[in-house]
Design a protein. Sequence first.
Length: 248
Amino acid sequence: MNLTLKIWRQKSSADKGQMIEYKVSEISEHMSFLEMMDVLNEQLIAEGDEPVAFDHDCREGICGMCSMYINGEAHGPDRGVTTCQLHMRMFKDGDTITIEPFRAKAFPVIKDLVVDRTAFDRIQHAGGYISVNTSGNTQDANAIPIAKEAADEAMDAATCIGCGACVATCKNASAMLFVGAKVSQYALLPQGQVEAADRVMAMVNQMDLEGFGNCTNTGACEIECPKGISLENIARMNREYLKASLKG
Ligand code: SF4
Ligand code: FES
């Protein structure tokens, strides 16, 4: 395939940034999107140009690093995949592909397609954990009976990889699907009950401090989430928040 790429280039967070057009040729349909980006970068390096900066790590849909907005969709046109799992067979010869960073006030651009998503880390630090006494007298977690349905739902919530596609997709740049998943994975389990009220208050408070918007109720986040995190998690977070508020 021969392709035209329109890519957001921005030298630093202070730079205004602009779309720049590139051509790549002989791209195999079996390549992943990131492999296609590697071909472009090798070409740019050979020509003495600065390669396009983009985040990636695992390249197998686990780490959530590969945040790219491709043809107006977070992680591109396929469903249930991250950018590293997106294959070039989703495109055709002669296509023009637009590639931008995830855009949200709380995710400032660092360089080109790399954005700062440490806001998610700070939300996690605010409450995305349980405190366990590790003195040696801790009860074995496997000794606590958990209903199959609760275990399944908690596991589903825990599949969130913190990629930020939900934020990038939302008109309000809301992080509620992410925070809903992180609150839910503990709210559904007995181990999460002790700190449940403090957790949801602290995480929601941090989410607001970071500048994420409110939920639009349009469900775009659920559609674009590569891990199929359900809107149910937002509803559960709202219930947990209400419960915690009434508790005072
Ligand atoms: S909820 Fe989905 S889209 Fe949002 S950060 Fe988690 S995995 Fe990514
Ligand atoms: S590089 Fe890890 S999910 Fe894409």
